[in-house]
Design a protein around this ligand. Structure first.
Ligand code: HPA
Ligand code: ZN
Length: 340
């Protein structure tokens, strides 16, 4: 890739809207936290852990991802994890991050909800004091568990709802359609929470439509399989439903064989509000700028397209309209000075 495009991406102000904080746990930190907590991870070394990052599908990845969370036990662990991500995000000119966490993955190991959310939110607040990014927390329900478990998790979250902007839905998608969670989403929305859901990552286009119709989500995480249904693509464009696309994740999990086969460019050209994100960057070979670089290279994107993607990331966010306008103006100013 041209170094001009590399530099343009590096400096571009952007938001990241699809980021699992547990997916930022680098092996070095996993080992350091495990040692601090007296936990034994089932890998011989950092290198041995990295050698397992050869995933054939989403299930392969999720096995390792949940296993590595064993290192995370205390409020301080969650603080350190989020601080490390936010420091990295600031270096990549991420001005705003909407961050997923998986409370059920921790509560089933005996970690209290409060330890997770207090640690994360303290890190988010400290980052703002130190120059950003601003951020929001989105709590995900694990879709391979029962709907009743999701309801119990929402109840457990009640004392901390002032720290949580919305709910999401993640984990094993195939066989766990969005409709299974209709009631808990209704309850979450009635409590004033925003709603998003993973759909159409490994699951079919029909799951994307179901997430919109049954869960009333405001944006779709991944959503790439919408490309298999032309009428759905038109609907996403017409209704301006944003997709939080994670290109490197989709390649690493073999959703598409290579970046040239990835539908992001086709979705973008069809007028869908596409955004670029890193999903689980410790596992998928790159943080957000690496994702921009990978698609820039595959589709020879220019400054105009990259600028539009960055603007989409703010317009698709849960910032206020005033904040969105300010951040988008920042992107425009950057493009005027640095665009070629
Ligand atoms: N898909 C589904 N569940 C997840 C993911 C993902 O990419 N990352 C963490 N949990
Ligand atoms: Zn995800």
């Amino acid at each position: 890739m041209s170094s001009v495009a590399q530099d343009f991406i590096a400096g571009l102000p952007k938001a990241e809207l699809h980021l699992h904080i547990e997916g930022t746990l680098e092996p070095e930190m996993a080992f350091a936290l495990a040692e601090r907590n007296g936990v034994k991870l089932p890998y011989a070394s950092v290198e041995a852990m990295r050698r397992l990052y050869d995933f054939q599908n989403l299930a392969d990845f999720l096995d390792l991802y949940y296993q590595a969370t064993q290192a995370l036990l205390t409020e301080r662990d969650f603080y350190d994890l989020a601080r490390a991500y936010l420091d990295r995000a600031r270096e990549e000119n991420v001005r705003h991050a909407e961050i997923f966490f998986d409370p059920q993955a921790h509560m089933r190991r005996g970690v209290p909800f409060g330890a997770v959310v207090e640690g994360l939110s303290a890190a988010l607040n400290d980052a703002v004091r130190e120059g950003g990014p601003t951020s929001r927390l989105l709590m995900c329900f694990l879709r391979d568990l029962d709907a009743a478990d999701a309801v119990a998790t929402l109840e457990a979250a009640r004392p901390w709802l002032d720290r949580i902007a919305g709910v999401g839905l993640d984990s094993a998608e195939a066989g766990n359609p969005p409709g299974k969670f209709t009631e808990v989403y209704e309850r979450a929305r009635s409590l004033g929470l925003r709603a998003v859901a993973h759909a159409g990552e490994e699951g079919p286009a029909a799951y994307v439509a179901e997430a919109l119709d049954r869960l009333k989500v405001e944006r779709i995480d991944h959503g790439v399989h919408a490309i298999d249904d032309a009428a759905l693509v038109q609907r996403l464009a017409r209704e301006r439903v944003p997709l939080t696309v994670c290109p490197l994740s989709n390649i690493r999990l073999c959703v598409y064989p290579d970046m040239r086969a990835h539908p992001i460019q086709r979705l973008f050209e069809a007028g869908v509000v596409v955004t670029v994100n890193s999903d689980d960057p410790a596992y998928f070979g790159g943080y957000v700028n690496e994702n921009y670089r990978a698609i820039q290279q595959a589709f020879t994107l220019g400054a105009a397209e990259l600028t539009q993607l960055a603007k989409n990331s703010f317009s698709a966010s849960f910032l206020s309209d005033t904040e969105k306008k300010e951040r988008i103006a920042e992107v425009d100013a950057y493009a005027r000075t640095n665009g070629t």
